[in-house]
Design a protein around this ligand. Structure first.
Ligand code: URA
Length: 238
């Protein structure tokens, strides 16, 4: 039996997995939406294993936690604040942000940045994937508004590039110049607007930014706005 299958109150299960509030749970049960081991549930305070519960005939979604990869399109923000405009959370199942704990993004991408964005409800995993200590690679494909100087390769690799308002210099980063104004940059950290600020410090503006890889994960055949669930085992070894 895994941790999530310890018997718990039905109203707590429905609320923690984002189906309804604890106070609405009685109504859901009363209205016959919920079965336990195939029998219509009678009471929201019964203690049952999550694996035995069906809501409208469906098992509880992602009982061991959510971990997904979204192909972030341009034009949406990694924020819950509706005042900031369309959000990546609008592209995900609404139930995910009602879970306790709710799903959050693993780091953030700017509104105009596209590509791999991981989302999870596992705070420890967020920590592990974003801490520079773990050296998880993030690969960015980009275009700038001026010709790239070959000397940037050594500068970015040196671990000495100091960005304004940062205490520590950027960790060594791998820059591959792919064309006059096209490049691929691999980082193992995620300072605020780091890619744009690294190039801005050298007099270039990033005009296109796409994260093509986060750790081992790429968008593959996902179209912008689409997402897929990932296996937690893929991360377990890290
Ligand atoms: N660096 C940036 O400047 N922006 C992003 O969205 C991601 C990394």
């Amino acid at each position: 039996m895994n941790a999530s299958d310890q018997p718990r109150r039905l109203d707590q299960i429905l609320a923690n997995y984002g189906y309804c509030s604890r106070s609405q749970a009685c109504q859901w049960v009363y209205q016959g939406h919920v079965t336990v081991n195939g029998e219509t549930a009678k009471s929201a305070d019964a203690k049952v294993p999550v694996s035995a519960v069906r809501v409208d005939g469906e098992p509880i979604e992602c009982p061991d936690g959510v971990l997904a990869l979204l192909h972030k399109p341009a034009g949406c923000v990694c924020s819950h604040d509706a005042r900031e405009g369309p959000s990546v959370y609008d592209l995900l199942p609404p139930r995910w942000i009602k879970r306790n704990p709710p799903v959050t993004t693993v780091g953030r991408l700017d509104k105009d940045t596209t590509g791999v964005l991981l989302v999870t409800d596992d705070g420890e995993l967020v920590q592990r994937l974003t801490s520079p200590k773990h050296k998880v690679e993030k690969v960015y494909d980009l275009t700038v508004d001026a010709d790239l100087a070959p000397s940037l390769v050594d500068l970015f690799a040196s671990g000495t590039l100091q960005l304004e308002d940062e205490i520590k210099p950027c960790l060594p980063a791998k820059l591959e110049i792919l064309g006059a104004r096209e490049a691929r940059l691999t980082l193992v950290e995620g300072k605020y607007h780091q890619v744009k600020r690294m190039f801005a410090s050298q007099g270039c503006t990033v005009t296109r930014l796409h994260r093509s890889r986060f750790g081992d994960f790429s968008v593959n055949d996902l179209k912008p706005g689409e997402w897929r669930l990932l296996c937690r085992e893929d991360f377990a070894a890290r």
